[in-house]
Design a protein around this ligand. Sequence first.
Ligand SMILES: [Ca+2]
Length: 436
Amino acid sequence: MSAVGDDIPLSEGGQLLLERIEADSTEPLWVLCWGGTNVLASVLLKIQNTKSEAVAAALRSKLRVYTISDQDDTGVWIRHRYPDIFYICSVHGWNMYGMAAWCGISGDGWYGFDKGGPDPSKISKEWIRENIQIGPLGSTYPDYMFIPEGDTPTFLYLIQNGLGVPERPEWGSWGGRYIATDISAKGLRNGHYSDTVDEAVGLDGKTHKSNHATIWRWRDAFQNDFAARMQWTLSPELSKANHPPVIILNGSKGLEPLHFELEAGSTFELDASETYDPDTNDSLTFTWYQYKDPSATQWSVHHEVGQLQFEPLNSTGSKVEVTVPPPEKCCLELISREALPRGQLLHIVLEVKDNGTPPLTSYRRVTVQTLNEKLLGGGGGAEAIGDVMRDMMIHGYSPICVAVTAVPCDSNWDAGYPNSSSLFHAVSVWLVGRPR
Ligand SMILES: [Ca+2]
């Protein structure tokens, strides 16, 4: 904060940032911070000191900030003083960067997380020497210290490849997945997004669950993409390098998610057979899967989120029939088990991968809003939370620990669970009376 104050003039960078914030545009302005945020803080103070409250708030509403942790004392000042700002940031103790989601890009060896999960082969110094440090541009790429590309998740977050949606950090992308710290939608109107977890199958074939997995799960694809971009710097001839497939899904060529609103238990078709590759000799592999983690409100994704079923309709797998889960699996309030007219928002990812060198992947996301107009499938008491508890017990947790974990303890709980006392009741009933 020594660089921020009412009597401290803006730096050259600060003036440039202020110009961009004040520019005549309704587009969001992304500010990607790879170090301390004191320049942003000084601009925000300048705006507050020189604009009306309404104008200052309108200017702040244009900002989209993604920071690589807090690297000075202005990050916490900004979030405290201007909680309305859209602000993605892993929060942890000073210098404890290994706890941050962004380390998932390459930090598993250095920081020692998720052992056996992430594949380290495409972040090694040898791979970088062979694939990145090539040609006039690549030869300027330095040998790394600590971890390579640590700040790059902020850039990957904005790459338009059909996977991520920048306005939805909780949906996940090459730049990681983050969720709102405060979901109460009252009081502060807090715009901070912080760490959450993904379940991802690692190199060892086991399921790993961590904030880092929200990034390393895509590592093979984004490192191949990096290698291809370096190939693009070597020759002006298009045929000398690989380019990603162009997905056409149900006649739509864009990168925006395709959205459906469908009754629970119904079926529908997804057809990507018009998809093509700019490199005429490339063949394509189609993979459809459900990205469950963005649909969850709880830690236990596989208990909470209904399962979509995929049935291929042709030999290449470019066309599939999808079955929406029944209402009792996707259109219930989790604790009370009351039937809901609008249930879970389910996410499908289509991956199309070519066989070029290196192979490149394009994506298209499909979102399915599940509906239950006849309010079917309700009842059953606290089965969902009971199932979670039962599994935890099997894995060796004591009933006392489970009960303490499940007791609601802050105001945010009220936003997701209107009747939080019912959870405590459900847990108590299960602990004393659930048949084994
Ligand atoms: Ca290609």
